[in-house]
Design a protein around this ligand. Sequence first.
Ligand SMILES: Cc1cc2nc3c(=O)[nH]c(=O)nc-3n(C[C@H](O)[C@H](O)[C@H](O)COP(=O)(O)OP(=O)(O)OC[C@H]3O[C@@H](n4cnc5c(N)ncnc54)[C@H](O)[C@@H]3O)c2cc1C
Length: 381
Amino acid sequence: MDLSLTDAEERFAAEVRAWFTANAETAPATDDLAEAVAQGRAWQAKLAAAGWVGIDWPVEYGGRGASAVEVALFNSEYARSGAAQLVNRVGINLAGPTLLAHGTAAQCLRFLPQITTAQEIWCQLFSEPGAGSDLSGLSTAAAPVDGGWRVTGQKVWTSYAQFARWGMCLARSQPGTTGARGLSLLVVDMTAPGVDIRPLVQITGEAEFNEVFLDGVFVPEGQLVGPEGQGWSVASTTLAHERGTTFPFKEEVVHEGYLSRLFAAAVANGTFDDPAVADALVDAYVSLVVLRTHNWRTLSHLGRGGEPGPESSWVKLTWSDMTQQLSQTALAVMGPEAPLLGPWQRQWLWSKAASVAGGTSEVQRNVIGERLLGLPREQRR
Ligand SMILES: Cc1cc2nc3c(=O)[nH]c(=O)nc-3n(C[C@H](O)[C@H](O)[C@H](O)COP(=O)(O)OP(=O)(O)OC[C@H]3O[C@@H](n4cnc5c(N)ncnc54)[C@H](O)[C@@H]3O)c2cc1C
């Protein structure tokens, strides 16, 4: 594996760094989620106007056709700049790659440019009250009607649904089927009659996710992504991207920053002299190096034209363990007020969701065991 950058890649990284140095905007200092989303849209539009969103997408869809290595360099430099993250993350990280892999050219032309500018925010309508880890057990029904489908069911934990124009909805289009068969991926207009969105407040006090009730919502046939009845294979692309193509390069840099601030704080306030704290910080450093090594391997795989596969479960698991461990260590370093006050409070509270969102840690372990290590499949009762 050759880990050195070419001259062109070095120049690209320098260009990204220079742009962010001149233009980076930090996350808005507001507790009002709607206000934060409005500001996030403006920031993303600015990035898109400069060609810095969906950079690996084809030019005609708003991207710049960047290579996998350039995407990784871009994500690292973006994170290093400390700029606010993209508001349309579901659109960029999940819907976009899914449409590019399975959508028609007309769908890509219609949806992708609006995703890059955050003019249209997307959400992911997968989880249901009775189907999370066992997603293929979902029961939302898409009944065929003249010119499309009518979708009825309940989705839950839908991040940013209250701001979304479009939702990627996994629904059962073939009645009488069970499991992964007979599902379809439909693009639901979140402003259509029959869509009812009810925000849910999280432990952080914010209501980023929602319950979404769908009552006979009409979806025209042009909004089917991939073949009818093959939604499971389309959704598998979405899930592989959710678990680890974009975020680990960014998170490597973000965690590096957290860790160096924590090391400095521990040395300054004397907690580094506590062997338990010192061990925890060193463990966090080791996890960071492991993630970095894995990122290099991913890069080499993507650089050879590979697609994200089950190894993304390993990245997701490593990242969520690392996030939770580091947030816990922060409490030991910062002292008893850390869970109540200051910048670590939200991080610590949010970290609880890391081992659930995007597939739980137990489920990632099952994927690693069965698909990477070739262990026997789990016995389901
Ligand atoms: C912050 C956040 C944002 C989210 N955003 C979205 C979103 O935008 N769109 C969306 O569709 N979903 C979203 N989700 C939902 C998320 O994908 C699900 O919560 C997750 O897949 C787990 O499903 P569940 O909550 O139904 O838990 P369950 O599947 O009911 O799991 C409960 C427990 O049982 C364990 N378990 C289940 N099956 C197994 C097994 N086979 N082996 C071992 N243990 C098992 C799980 O690990 C877990 O500990 C979000 C969740 C969070 C926390």
